[in-house]
Design a protein around this ligand. Structure first.
Ligand SMILES: [Zn+2]
Length: 501
């Protein structure tokens, strides 16, 4: 049995954090003043389901304490703890069965409880219900029988219809503080006979983002391998060099792009867990931001906030990244180059080829809207006529291709690309550096080919090459550095912003 299950709180008093929830329910249970429907919101591992089960037992307990707590020893409590009390109905709305169970609920709820005093419905991840299921639930919530109680739990309250929310009493479960998690981890480590360094538990707490489930999972995993030390936690989290976080954050704050990229390269070489690394970087940036606010250095706090924004987004993208480190690299580039004016759409001059048949009206300001109109015109013609693929045609199709690409990193590189050649078998795209050529690997090229095929109705090979690309305006303050040949990829990337791309 996992630590999380083994050490689930059995009484309100044992719930970690959430004092407002504990107090309210202790009062309501001891005085007998419970509502018939509650909504528990909060991120995972904050105690929503555990609390719901305690309340279910407290309501039905044969010997409840004067403080409203369940005894956990009577036969009703024991059956509930073993998961075999038929009057405690737990529904997982995320499962297919959950939908059927809601349908059943409407009929079965009218029957009186079979063993206990009350029927308690605990509906987990309630935001996953379908519209029909919500309607069925709403009917029930409008007139619940006196013998029924509802506890709805969700991590995403904004997805629940207002009509449902207004029928419930809502409790927001807060993320647990690092201190609360650390203390609880220490208690459990002691019970389990796991040797630990206090700082190591603090490190786990920081990584678990306020959720006890992840924190206990990490303790369990590390504890199985022996003592839990700062070193073992760092290694497990992919932070073989905690110094890497310091270096990286420093580089971001002072716009040292080459250093930031070198750090990322090093992490990749070491096989570090980039998702964990990013989390630690965010925690560090948050510290910096709060520090700057405390010192009343608001411009610096604002800059740090902008960096946090970039890396929060990178964190999302890391989960599905085609190239594992690309989101971090893109975020680093965005942050370090934030003061460089990069035009949204680089001016692209077609080489020599001209579309033979299709006439493309180029709007002078080339807004995306006008582009889209041109593309519609073009794509309308592409299927019937054997229209030759040409640079202007591909250019005109580009915004539509861009709109089809979900991967923000591929999108960004493509936005800066120049169409060097286009014919019926291939499209050659030029990007500003070898660094970017390397970023568009086979998977990214296949993605591009697929999207171009959708727009142009033709399967074309995508080639990526290095090309000289001029931008309209160069940033004045960075043009002073001597032009030297880049020594490393990181140097090359930094040069991008000096040369423009
Ligand atoms: Zn009991």
């Amino acid at each position: 049995m996992s630590f999380y299950r083994k050490y689930r709180p059995q009484k309100l008093a044992e719930i970690v954090g959430q004092a407002h929830v504990r107090q309210t329910f202790a009062n309501a249970l001891s005085r007998g003043g419970l509502s018939h429907a509650y909504l528990f919101t909060g991120s995972r591992g904050t105690g929503k389901t555990s609390t719901a089960r305690i309340i279910a037992r407290a309501l039905n307990c044969l010997n409840p304490g004067a403080d409203g707590e369940p005894c956990n020893e009577c036969e009703v409590c024991r059956d509930a703890l073993l998961g075999r009390l038929v009057d405690l109905i737990e529904i997982d709305a995320a499962s297919n069965r959950g939908i059927d169970e809601i349908r059943d609920l409407k009929e079965k709820i009218q029957f009186t409880p079979s063993r206990a005093k009350f029927k308690i419905y605990v509906i987990d991840e309630v935001h996953m219900l379908t519209k029909d299921a919500f309607n069925a639930l709403l009917k029930t919530l409008e007139e619940p029988p006196a013998h029924a109680y509802f506890i709805l739990a969700t991590t995403e309250p904004h997805k629940i219809p207002e009509t449902i929310i207004s029928r419930t009493q809502r409790f927001d479960f807060h993320r647990l503080t690092e201190a609360e998690i650390t203390e609880h981890l220490a208690t459990i480590a002691q019970k389990e006979g796991i040797a630990f360094e206090s700082a190591a538990l603090g490190l786990i707490a920081r990584q678990s983002a306020g959720g006890m489930r992840d924190a206990l999972g990490m303790l369990e995993q590390l504890g199985a391998g022996g003592a839990v030390s700062v070193e073992s936690v760092s290694q497990n989290l992919g932070l073989s060099r905690p110094q890497a976080v310091e270096d990286f954050v420093f580089a971001l704050l002072f716009s040292k792009l080459a250093e930031a990229l070198t750090t990322i390269d090093g992490l990749v070489a070491e096989g570090a867990n980039l998702i964990q690394f990013n989390k630690t970087v965010l925690a560090k940036l948050r510290e910096v931001m709060l520090q700057k606010v405390a010192e009343n250095k608001l411009p610096e706090a604002k800059k740090t906030l902008a960096i946090i924004d970039e890396f929060t987004r990178a964190g999302e993208e890391l989960k599905n990244a085609v190239i594992p480190q690309l989101p971090l690299e893109v975020a680093a580039i965005s942050v370090c180059a934030a003061h460089v004016a990069i035009p949204a759409a680089p001016k692209i001059e077609p080489k020599t080829e001209v579309a033979p048949k299709v006439e493309i009206k180029k709007a002078p300001d080339q807004t995306e809207k006008k582009f889209a109109a041109v593309v519609t015109e073009v794509t309308a013609q592409k299927i019937n006529a054997g229209t030759a693929i040409s640079i202007p045609l591909v250019e005109a199709a580009l915004p539509q291709v861009l709109s089809k690409i979900q991967n923000p990193t591929v999108k960004m590189v493509l936005k800066g690309a120049k169409i060097l050649a286009a014919n019926d078998s291939m499209i050659e795209l030029g990007v500003g550096s070898d660094f970017l050529v390397g970023k568009l690997d086979a998977a990214a090229r296949n993605l591009l080919a697929e999207k171009f095929a959708e727009v142009l109705g033709r399967n074309l090979q995508i080639k990526i090459v290095r090309a000289e690309i001029q931008i309209a305006s160069a940033a004045p303050e960075i043009s002073e550095k001597p032009q030297t040949k880049p020594r490393t990829i990181a140097d090359a990337a930094e040069n991008l912003f000096e040369e423009g791309w």
